[in-house]
Design a protein around this ligand. Structure first.
Ligand code: ADP
Length: 504
């Protein structure tokens, strides 16, 4: 049984019971150990201590799970035998169940990821349920069209159909939410899914089978395979029984996925990293911009693909904004997400990630940077976990490695700029294009700059908003395809054109 530090919130009895078993995978409506009998560990990043042992999927398990999903697809248990209205009801019911299990799911994500319990429950689980609610409305609205073709005697129409079996591979930064972003549209479009959670944070995904069963999904529609990226993930990507891969993760792994998915030319959509420019003009509400820019980077501990990690501040207000941000940063409490005294930020996810982020911080100092806040690992009581001070650097060039590569941790560089022309060129000078933002009271300027920034999402006088109804995805090396909104339904459907002779 898992033993947690004394200053943690009491575990929900179901969480305690859940963590006391070796957690199985789930396919074809059944829980199963790995064919190899192997397991892997998941640890609490706040203490480095074991949380649970999990069945480790490899090729043999991927084969079985894909087979289970394929056989449900071939018999049409979800997309043909159930009506659109019945599918809507199941998806809506799942949303309700996520909400009624928010304490359990919130605790699982807070333990596994380290994020504050309140964020896990009231942000991640809440928005996951909202996501399913939005997509619950879609099964009854996925339509084809009648096409006015010019061939005499012909009637032509289109049908929008599910792609088939979808492998959904997700990261550890928002474990339940990232899975929900992919599962909800895939299911709404009538697909059969094999979810591969990140090895660092599989707990909430492994709790889902119970909720899917209770919501009335037929066996084989939802399957989950815990395991390592280069084994279970890679086997899923290469599998000929998989019609589509939906991936969220690093640009590096995405390039491997594109190569290894070519065997059956499966569809691939990619939501990847970023190095998002956040631009503060002198005519902005500087107090709001300083607070906004602080949370644009430090929200979720900088472990967001949309983190505002390149901060550009107009020269004449540079010092004022940086000092406003340093003041805001001083108020941030860092600590285990499950501790009784609430924290704003938890640890980073792993030793490996901590060493990576600390490497970038060293680069910052080595490139002549001055840390106006943070700049060190947090030791003392927290030395067993992977805690890093929220760090703001100044005096670092655009070209420095720390300003070019995605850090995925609580580190930002603030850089001054002179005018709009200069800033556009600098903001767009990156391999990424996931998000960008600007702060100004000048509406004309806001529209002009928003139109010229090369990114899939632009935020004006705000940061980080997403909504199930609004398309989300990247330009350049930040990805292919758009999640959310009607675009996500297009992503998870095939379009069929039907020709019929009607002139006798
Ligand atoms: P991060 O840097 O955020 O950990 P990754 O891209 O490494 O992102 O991982 C995101 C997801 O991709 C995880 O579920 C991971 O297990 C999986 N993954 C990692 N490597 C591969 C791979 N070669 N093929 C398929 N999936 C992989």
């Amino acid at each position: 049984m898992v033993t947690l530090p004394k200053n943690y919130i009491d575990l929900h009895p179901e969480v305690e019971a859940f963590l006391s078993q070796t957690l199985p995978m789930y396919y074809g409506g059944k829980r199963a150990p790995a064919q190899s009998g192997k397991t892997f560990e998941t640890v609490d990043p706040s203490t480095g201590k074991l949380l649970a042992n999990i069945a480790e999927a490899d090729q043999a398990d991927v084969d079985l799970a894909v087979q289970a999903a394929r056989s449900a697809y071939e018999t049409g248990d979800w997309h043909l035998k159930m009506t659109p209205s019945e599918r809507s009801s199941c998806i809506w019911k799942l949303a309700e169940l996520l909400e009624s299990h928010k304490d359990i799911l919130g605790q699982l994500d807070a333990l596994d990821n380290g994020k504050p319990f309140a964020s896990a429950r009231d942000v991640d689980v809440f928005w996951s349920a909202e996501h399913f609610r939005y997509f619950a409305g879609w099964p009854t609205k996925i339509e084809g069209s009648t096409i006015p073709v010019s061939t005499p005697g012909m009637f032509n129409y289109t049908l929008r159909e599910p792609v088939g079996v979808c492998g959904l591979i997700v990261p550890w930064n928002y474990p339940l939410l990232m899975a929900s972003w992919k599962m909800a549209p895939a299911l709404a479009a009538g697909n059969y899914i094999v979810l591969k959670p990140a090895e660092q944070t599989s707990l909430s995904a492994l709790y889902l089978p119970k909720l899917f069963e209770e919501a009335g999904f037929p066996p084989g529609v939802f399957n989950v395979l815990p395991g390592l990226g280069h084994k279970a993930g890679a086997a899923l990507v290469a599998h000929h029984g998989v019609n589509k891969i939906g991936f969220t993760g690093s640009t590096e792994v995405a390039k491997e996925i594109l190569k290894s998915s070519t065997g059956n030319l499966k569809r691939v959509s990619l939501e990847l990293g970023g190095k998002s420019p956040n631009i503060i003009f002198a005519d902005a509400d500087l107090e709001k911009a300083s607070v906004g820019a602080t949370w644009a980077i430090f929200g979720n501990n900088g472990q967001s693909c949309t983190a505002g990690s390149r901060l550009y501040i107009e020269q004449k207000v540079f010092d004022e904004v940086v000092s406003g941000m340093a003041d805001e940063t001083k108020k941030i409490k860092v600590g285990p997400g499950m501790q009784l005294e609430p924290s704003h930020l938890g640890p980073v996810i792993s030793t490996e990630q901590m060493n990576r982020v600390m490497g970038y911080i060293k680069e910052g100092y080595d490139s002549g940077g001055e840390a106006v806040s943070g700049g060190q690992r947090i030791e003392g009581d927290l030395s067993e976990g992977y805690f890093i001070q929220p760090t703001i650097f100044k005096n670092i060039d655009d070209e420095a490695k720390i300003n070019q590569e995605e850090i995925f941790g609580p580190v930002v560089c603030a850089m001054p700029f002179k005018d709009s022309n200069e800033i556009l060129q600098r903001a767009n000078d990156t391999q990424f294009g996931l998000a960008a933002g600007l702060w100004t009271k000048d509406v004309n300027k806001a529209h002009q700059i928003a139109a010229k920034l090369q990114a899939g999402t632009i935020w004006v006088n705000t940061w980080g908003n997403t909504d199930a109804a609004s398309p989300f995805g990247g330009y350049k090396q930040s990805g292919h395809g758009r999640e959310m909104g009607k675009e996500a339904i297009e992503l998870y459907t095939e379009l069929k054109s039907v020709w019929m002779r009607i002139d006798g």
